[in-house]
Ligand binder design. Structure first.
Ligand SMILES: Nc1ncnc2c1ncn2[C@@H]1O[C@H](COP(=O)(O)OP(=O)(O)OP(=O)(O)O)[C@@H](O)[C@H]1O
Length: 237
């Protein structure tokens, strides 16, 4: 089936250890949420898996390959966060934005490219809005377009960093359900989120990090053993 594997990974910013001796296996086909207090290293972890950062020690492999190779093969995709205010000036349409994800894949014919964009937009429920400019969409719709980019690339591992940040509750639930359904179709989802209670309804596993792994296991077990602590992380934040 494949997996993402981190072995004894260390990473620091300006001599401050952010990730320490972190070892993890995330099996393919699962929906995993990454949680933890502010500044715990969640985004750093995601960037190490996406290959945007390199470990100082240890290694990250994806289906037994290096991250660089997995990237070249389009196996992993870090879904970009998009914010309304930044997107409003951007002239590209939904269709064009999804197509951008395929530009790096030279071996995709024009016909296949069109087919992949269409399929991806249908899967995220955005086909009807394909000619809209991205800035004319709600935050939740914009996020679904960014997910479609990954689907058009046929990526197997989707990494998401707070995809529901700034999105209302109804649209958040829609995104979580979409990710759940993509996982059922065979994709592996790894999502950093602060919305633990709602995300736990759709995810298979929780990884709680605070520089190292404090918990990895099923959502129910996490809610029972750690929810009190988790509630205190974001009070006032
Ligand atoms: N480019 C950078 N240069 C220096 N320090 C950084 C940089 N990026 C992040 N950090 C620091 O590394 C630590 C971990 O950051 P990271 O963004 O991974 O945490 P996080 O768990 O995702 O936090 P949050 O929940 O607040 O988004 C924080 O203390 C942060 O200030």
């Amino acid at each position: 089936m494949g997996e993402i594997r981190l072995e004894k990974v260390y990473f620091s910013y300006e001599q401050e250890d952010i990730v320490q001796d972190l070892s993890l296996v995330i099996p393919a086909g699962t929906f995993t949420i990454v949680v933890g207090p502010n500044g715990a290293g969640k985004t750093t972890l995601l960037r190490l898996v996406a290959g945007l950062l390199s470990p100082e020690e240890g290694k990250v492999t994806i289906d037994g390959r290096s991250v660089g190779e997995a990237q070249r093969q389009g196996l992993i995709h870090l879904v970009p966060q998009i914010y309304n205010k930044n997107a409003s000036q951007f002239p590209a349409t939904v269709y064009e934005i999804v197509g951008l994800g395929l530009l790096v894949q030279a071996n995709v014919s024009r016909h296949e490219r069109q087919q992949r964009i269409e399929d991806a937009l249908h899967k995220v429920g955005m086909w009807e809005l394909r000619d809209r400019r991205i800035g004319e969409l709600s935050g939740g719709q914009q996020q679904r377009v960014m997910i479609a980019q990954a689907l058009a690339r046929h990526s197997k591992y989707l990494l998401l960093d707070e995809p529901t940040s700034g999105v209302d509750m109804k649209a958040s639930a829609h995104i979580f359900e979409l990710l759940r359904s993509l996982c059922r179709q065979g994709l592996t989802i790894i999502m950093v989120t602060h919305d633990i209670t709602e995300a736990a309804k759709v995810a298979d596993e929780v990884i709680c990090v605070d520089r190292h792994v404090c918990y990895q296991g099923d959502c129910q077990g996490f809610l029972e053993s750690h929810m009190g602590t988790a509630l205190s992380w974001h009070i006032g934040g």
